[in-house]
Design a binder for this molecule. Structure first.
Ligand code: ATP
Ligand code: ZN
Length: 285
């Protein structure tokens, strides 16, 4: 049977979450010792382990059919490939950081500055749009030490918590790009490859939806039931079950993780009691 080839990072920040995503999609992958490639046991997928920087080129050439890579790498490389889905992990931002001692008011303070980065294209585009003139120095790693050793005045690098910047005496001043891992594909998949990719995307979307939602159960006295029902968002309509105590009911629904605490507070104010919140494994609508 035909297989779809998926490229994932060989080791690094995206590796664990990429493997976990396949696992959450019920795809079993046996990782061998050499870890160059492997075949999924229960899905028509061949997994190629590569450096993240090489994945866009392999996708353009069709060496891999689909791949998981940071949006930052994908946009910097400018290959002809398609983004199919954002994946919700590997979140970070590409930011400009300057020495803490520099008094910074606005972006004009970066005029004429030397900027060290591994993302020359994205940085150049950013400053071109803002009509700021900078001198870009491309370096491939340890960008954060560049100002300290006099190689540049400031840097543009990936940031998540900001602790690396802090430890190197830098402060973040501008965001160039918000990034996360994405699933991207070769432009011309054949029909079998497309079918397999759509099957995988179907599973990925079910897993993503489940992660963003929680299952909620609560008890409420029947005279307050109407208000609770009209408030609860739910995916469709909430489930109402009678309790042994005939004056109360149990209400089950699904709420979005983002507004979760606000919803719980309002439900309590409307008379909900004994609230239970459970994780959901998959949601298929
Ligand atoms: P490789 O050996 O595959 O080239 P790498 O060292 O270039 O790996 P990693 O540091 O493992 O790359 O980062 C991979 C991706 O993880 C980044 O391109 C980015 O999309 C994402 N990422 C998330 N948070 C961060 C962060 N704080 N710093 C760097 N990358 C991050
Ligand atoms: Zn890399």
């Amino acid at each position: 049977m035909d297989k779809l080839k998926i490229a994932i990072q060989k080791s690094g920040r995206l590796y664990e979450d990429s493997i976990k995503l396949l696992k959450d999609c019920s795809i079993e992958v046996n990782i061998g010792i050499d870890k160059l490639k492997t075949t999924a046991l229960n899905f028509p997928l061949e997994v190629l382990f590569l450096r993240d920087d090489d994945i866009p080129q392999y996708l353009e050439d069709g060496v891999a059919d689909i791949g998981i890579v940071g949006k930052n790498v994908l946009l910097e490389k400018r290959k002809r490939i398609k983004i199919k889905e954002t994946l919700g992990f590997g979140k970070c931002r590409l930011s400009i950081a300057v020495p803490k001692s520099l008094s910074y008011n606005n972006i004009k303070d970066l005029n004429g500055k030397r900027i060290a980065t591994s993302y020359p294209f994205l940085v150049e585009e950013f400053f071109k749009k803002k009509c700021i003139d900078t001198e870009i120095h491309e370096i491939s790693g340890a960008v954060e030490i560049a100002p300290g050793i006099g190689l540049a005045d400031c840097i543009c690098d990936l940031v998540s918590s900001g602790s690396t910047l802090f430890m190197n005496g830098l402060k973040e001043v501008e965001t160039v790009l918000q990034s996360e891992a994405v699933l991207a594909s070769h432009l011309h998949l054949d029909s079998t490859q497309n079918i397999i990719m759509e099957k995988l995307l179907f599973r990925i979307r079910a897993v993503k939806k489940a992660k963003n939602n929680k299952y909620i159960l609560l008890n409420v006295s029947n005279e307050k039931l109407e208000k609770i029902i009209s408030y609860l968002p739910g995916i469709k309509s909430p489930v109402i079950l009678p309790l042994a105590n005939s004056e109360c009911s149990s209400v089950h629904s699904v709420v979005n993780e983002n507004d979760f605490w606000g919803i719980i507070e309002n439900l309590k104010a409307l008379g909900a009691r004994d609230i239970l919140v459970l994780p959901i494994e998959k949601i298929i609508l």
